[in-house]
Design a protein around this ligand. Structure first.
Ligand code: ATP
Ligand code: MG
Length: 650
């Protein structure tokens, strides 16, 4: 079989049509798991193989750095090494590093390290609240404005037209936005959106730069196109400069960034924008079992699909698998313990931990699940959280690498070995220590080393400064390198990815849909799409769970997510009550909790003493002291706030 035939093998007729279409506009509109990402990878490789494009002239844009990395690996496997597969931001960053010094005669400004601090200072000067939630809201509104191509002056009209709920009076926001931009420019730093704005501006304002760029890149591919923002679209337009060699793929039902300015209309209007476009629709779902696919179809049907032009119903192609599970628990701790048991059970059945993901709506939800996994000694890694780059050893490693990059000589660039030398200085040993925090530290340093290998494999000319720049980009994007263990991620961070087993946790009203979406129809619709994204990440095992109250002290009662209704929910009465055999699932009783360990109290005797039967009595003073210090130590080991295992009451 020829290489070209091999490339087309394993594609269905619709996928093949998109892969073999001549250079020019191509649009694939299709649901989750239908092979959109696979189609674009094969299309690039096919164009390369037929000699129609040179790999170095292809720029493929994907949504996450991990997806970009996977695409580079797959392209290499298909014989198309050298294609630039990047996120919009990484691609822009790379271009700015090259063009900025030439146009402006100075080094590229660095990425802002303390964005919230700048926003808080600007807010403080205007007498606005500087508490962290308020600052976060203001920063998001600035991001939305920039992603929507709004200057401070244009913000008020546009925001009013789109019914934005500005966190402060519009006039104050305009002044804050101006103050933030001024402070940032004075400090000569760039935020994430600036990377795109400056890239667009540089190509628009400098014909030589535009010409050089356009001579270099001739073929463009965009994955997850339903979530493109006006700012990204503008960058794409200046990249193209009127040319039309552009392939886009997307699924309007997976639009999950419209809160941040994304607009699926660029995808749905593509065929009218490019009347000559080859438009392909895919329906066969190759990712998930019919059981998962059926559930995904019901989720979308219940919400009314966002895009009626695509095939609405996915048709599962894989063999049958287990029915999706629905598990209801009394409290979060019990839910988390149930999760840990389910993970352990699947691991026992041979599903690798790296093939499992725990997905939640917001990163703040992760703690209780982390704790349960850590207690069960199940390794996990968090994606998209701030934690990886905030870890002490990672920060130390990055400053050591930066120092080495500043002093790098030409002959240093055997990149991976140089990176390992520097990492060895900050504690990376040859073999992994067993267990505990030492192992966690080793894992994160090792992940940095493996990232150097990965970079070197895709860009053999990469040197230490390039590697450090890659780390900076990842740190800014909160995109940690891959590590072993169960993946914990927010639903947003999971898009485009797949695992054998997916655990959707914390499915309660207020989390999904999230509190601030309630009451707004279009926001609730976006939350439902997020749920659809979560469901469709699972290849085989899908388990959804929720708890009827928060952990410590019982707290407010919660209701299962409305999106579960009709699928299986507590409200509908057909959810399984969470596995009651395990620890931590004792029935709630008038919200009474042990004042030592905060376990729920189950007997009258326990309630009289205010302690559960597992905790020592007043007489055991010495034991009590030991218990307290044990809990403090345990909290330290688990890297959780002490109150999690050491209640306030003691
Ligand atoms: P999403 O919308 O979630 O991004 P997608 O449409 O991009 O999904 P892919 O990730 O490309 O889907 O493919 C889903 C899975 O199905 C992958 O594991 C892929 O390898 C597999 N797949 C795609 N097409 C085929 C095919 N024709 N035959 C067998 N497997 C396929
Ligand atoms: Mg995809």
């Amino acid at each position: 079989m020829t290489d070209r035939a091999r490339l087309l093998e394993g594609l269905d007729p619709q996928q093949r049509a998109a892969v073999t279409a001549p250079r020019g506009p191509v649009c694939v509109l299709a649901g989750a798991g239908t092979g959109k990402t696979r189609t674009i990878t094969h299309r690039i490789a096919h164009l390369v193989q037929r000699g129609l494009v040179v790999p170095q002239q292809v720029l493929a844009v994907t949504f996450t750095a991990r997806a970009a990395g996977e695409m580079r690996t797959r392209l290499r496997g298909l014989g198309a090494d050298g294609v630039q597969a990047q996120t919009f931001h990484a691609a822009a960053f790379r271009q700015l590093r090259y063009f900025w010094p030439r146009v402006l005669g100075e080094e590229l400004w660095s990425l802002v390290e303390h964005k919230f601090r700048l926003v808080a200072q600007a807010a403080g000067r205007l007498g606005l609240s500087t508490d962290s939630d308020a600052v976060r809201d203001l920063a998001s509104e600035i991001e939305w404005a920039k992603a929507s191509l709004l200057t401070p002056e244009r913000y008020p009209d546009a925001a009013a037209r789109r019914g934005r709920d500005c966190p402060v009076p519009t006039e104050s926001f305009v002044r804050l936005f101006e103050g933030y931009e001024r402070a940032k420019n004075a400090a000569k730093v760039l935020d994430f959106d600036d990377l795109l704005l400056h890239t667009a501006a540089m190509l628009e304002d400098s014909p030589e730069v535009a010409e050089e760029f356009r001579a270099r890149y001739r073929t463009f591919v965009v994955d997850e196109y339903q979530d493109v923002t006006p700012l990204q679209q503008r960058v794409l337009d200046v990249w193209l400069g009127g040319r039309d060699d552009l392939t886009v793929v997307g699924d309007a039902n997976q639009t999950i960034y419209s809160f941040a300015g994304a607009e699926p209309r660029w995808l749905t209007e593509f065929p009218s924008r490019y009347p000559k476009a080859e438009v392909v629709r895919l329906e066969r779902d190759y990712r998930s079992t019919p059981q998962v696919v059926g559930l995904a179809n019901r989720v979308i049907a219940a919400g009314g699909a966002a895009d009626t032009s695509t095939g609405l119903t996915l048709v599962g192609q894989r063999p049958d698998g287990p029915a999706p599970g629905f598990e209801e628990y009394d409290n979060e701790a019990a839910e988390a313990a149930g999760l840990a048991r389910a993970v352990a059970r699947l691991a026992g059945e041979g599903v690798p931990l790296s093939e499992m993901a725990v997905l939640y709506r917001i990163n703040a939800q992760s703690e209780v699940y982390e704790q349960a996994l850590a207690e069960a000694e199940i390794p996990y890694q968090i994606r998209g959280g701030e934690r990886f780059f905030a870890r002490t050893e990672v920060r130390r490693a990055m400053s050591a690498l930066r120092a080495a990059a500043n002093g790098a000589r030409r002959e240093d660039t055997e990149l991976p070995s140089r990176v390992r030398e520097v990492l060895a200085e900050v504690g990376l040993t040859g073999t992994a220590p067993t267990g505990g925090t030492a192992r966690e530290r080793w894992q994160s340093l090792n992940a940095l080393a493996e990232l150097a290998d990965e970079l070197f494999a895709t860009e053999p000319e990469a040197d230490l400064p390039r590697y450090v720049a890659e780390l900076d980009t990842r740190a800014a994007a909160q995109h940690p390198p891959t590590m072993e263990g169960v993946t914990l991620a927010s639903l947003h961070a999971a898009k485009g990815l797949e695992w054998d087993a997916v655990f959707l946790v914390g499915l309660v009203e207020g989390a999904l849909p999230i509190q601030h979406a309630q009451g707004d129809e279009s926001s609730v619709a976006e939350e439902r799409r997020l749920f659809y994204v979560g469901v469709t990440r699972a290849r085989r095992h899908l388990r959804m769970s929720w708890a009827l109250s928060r952990g410590k002290g019982g707290g407010r009662r919660r209701r299962p997510s409305r999106f579960l209704a009709g699928l299986a929910s507590g409200a509908a009465g057909n959810a399984r009550r969470g596995d009651r055999a395990g620890a931590g699932t004792r029935r709630r009783s008038a919200a009474a909790r042990c004042r030592l360990c905060s376990a729920e109290l189950t007997s009258e005797a326990e309630m009289r003493t205010g302690r559960c039967a597992d905790c020592p009595s007043d007489a055991d003073e010495e034991l009590l002291t030991r218990l307290r210090s044990w809990r403090r130590e345990r909290a330290r080991q688990l890297r959780v706030p002490a109150y999690v295992v050491f209640p306030d009451s003691t």
